[in-house]
Ligand binder design. Structure first.
Ligand SMILES: [Fe+2]
Length: 378
């Protein structure tokens, strides 16, 4: 997997992007209804329009987009071929931008249906992704997730060709997130990092990304949620999110994400919130299989007690996660999301079916184990 995007980062970086647009003739600018109203984003779009002859703005990407939403985007394009796709938004917007970058490039002759059927794209047009949340890390992953309403499921399209030429990490954009969104998306990034660090597929490259991301995240997550104008903390969270995505590209998440999928799919619970509820019991379950990795992560905490034994550090990390979720004001029980014991059979069945991620769990896991974790949250 190659992740060779050029990264432009820092407060005010959006004002220095003119040089990126000069060589292009048709830009497709993809965002959503909220993000387009941010002054920095409307200003960026206005700048692009003064430089590029043809600019198509698609500003209505919905959360959790479906294959039909992407088909609608393609149908709206008066010119079917572009030479630069820019995505500005959360993970949903960035995923759509990645797909459009391979579907609107000249000579690709590729359809969305072919992508969904597993045909791999060979090329894309130039692309720039600008995240406005610090959590999904979509700008660093080869994945685009689409809802398939006819099957009541989601499907991932995975190709390293979709990784962008440029990523722009601008902390002033993420200060528009409501406090709870900052908290839950930040915990999503935390889950990417700690799950990839302990995944069966982890390797030296993903471990490096995970350690870099965790050190930034531990120092910044609470500061960034409490103070939306702490741009230093916001930028560290953007880097943590990026490193989480990069770790996913090289390893993969496991138990938290597998068990949160059905909470999002059927009950439409926000992805970060579902992960936040599951983080502590899932990490407590895998702890004994990954003691050394947990101790490594614990040592990255700003107030780590380095004199603890490795075993003690692994327990202390789970304790830290537990206290963090409470301090961030995120829910800790399924009842807070209107889910009861009647829902457990559905949740267990569907979590076990996320085999791609369950295979990454670093110890054997049974149906009873999954049920017990959900039950502990009632
Ligand atoms: Fe996630």
């Amino acid at each position: 997997m190659h992740i060779n995007s050029t990264i432009l980062s820092g407060q005010g970086v959006l004002n220095d992007l003119h040089w990126l647009f000069k060589a292009h003739h048709h830009v497709i600018f993809i965002t959503d209804k909220n993000v387009i109203n941010l002054p920095q984003v409307s200003s960026l779009l206005a700048t692009i329009k003064t430089i590029v002859p043809v600019v198509t703005c698609i500003d209505d990407i919905p959360p959790e987009p479906s294959q039909h939403d992407v088909a609608n985007v393609l149908a709206k394009l008066s010119l079917p071929v572009a030479d630069f796709v820019i995505g500005v938004g959360g993970g949903s917007v960035l995923d759509v931008a990645k797909l459009v970058s391979v579907l609107t490039v000249a000579n690709n002759n590729l359809t969305l249906k072919q992508l969904l059927d597993g045909v791999q794209p060979l090329r894309r047009c130039a692309s720039l992704l600008i995240p406005t949340t610090a959590g999904t890390g979509s700008e660093a992953t080869p994945n685009a997730i689409l809802a398939i309403p006819e099957k009541a499921t989601k499907q991932g399209i995975i190709s390293s060709v979709m990784l962008p030429d440029y990523v722009c990490l601008a902390p002033e954009l993420t200060s528009s997130m409501p406090k709870m969104v900052a908290a839950s998306t930040g915990v999503d990034a935390l889950c990417h990092l700690i799950e990839c660090l302990t995944s069966n597929l982890s390797n030296a490259v993903s471990d490096n990304y995970a350690v870099l991301g965790l050190s930034k995240l531990f120092a910044a997550i609470e500061k960034s949620v409490v103070d939306k104008d702490n741009f230093g903390a916001r930028l560290n969270m953007l880097w943590a999110s990026y490193y989480g995505g990069a770790a996913i590209a090289h390893a993969g998440t496991h138990l938290v994400h597998a068990m949160s999928y059905p909470l999002g799919g059927k009950y439409h619970i926000a992805h970060g919130v579902a992960n936040a509820i599951l983080l502590v019991p899932c990490m407590a379950f895998v702890r004994d299989a990954v003691v050394d990795k947990f101790a490594l992560a614990y040592d990255l905490l700003p107030d780590a007690q380095l004199a603890l034994t490795t075993e003690e550090k692994s327990y202390a990390l789970v304790d830290y996660f537990s206290q963090l979720i409470v301090r961030l004001g995120l829910p800790t029980k399924l009842q807070q999301l209107n889910i009861s014991s009647h829902d457990l059979p559905y949740l267990v069945d569907n979590a076990l079916n996320v085999k791609r991620l369950m295979n990454n769990v670093p110890k054997p896991i049974t149906e009873q184990d999954v049920l017990a974790i959900y039950q502990s949250l009632l």
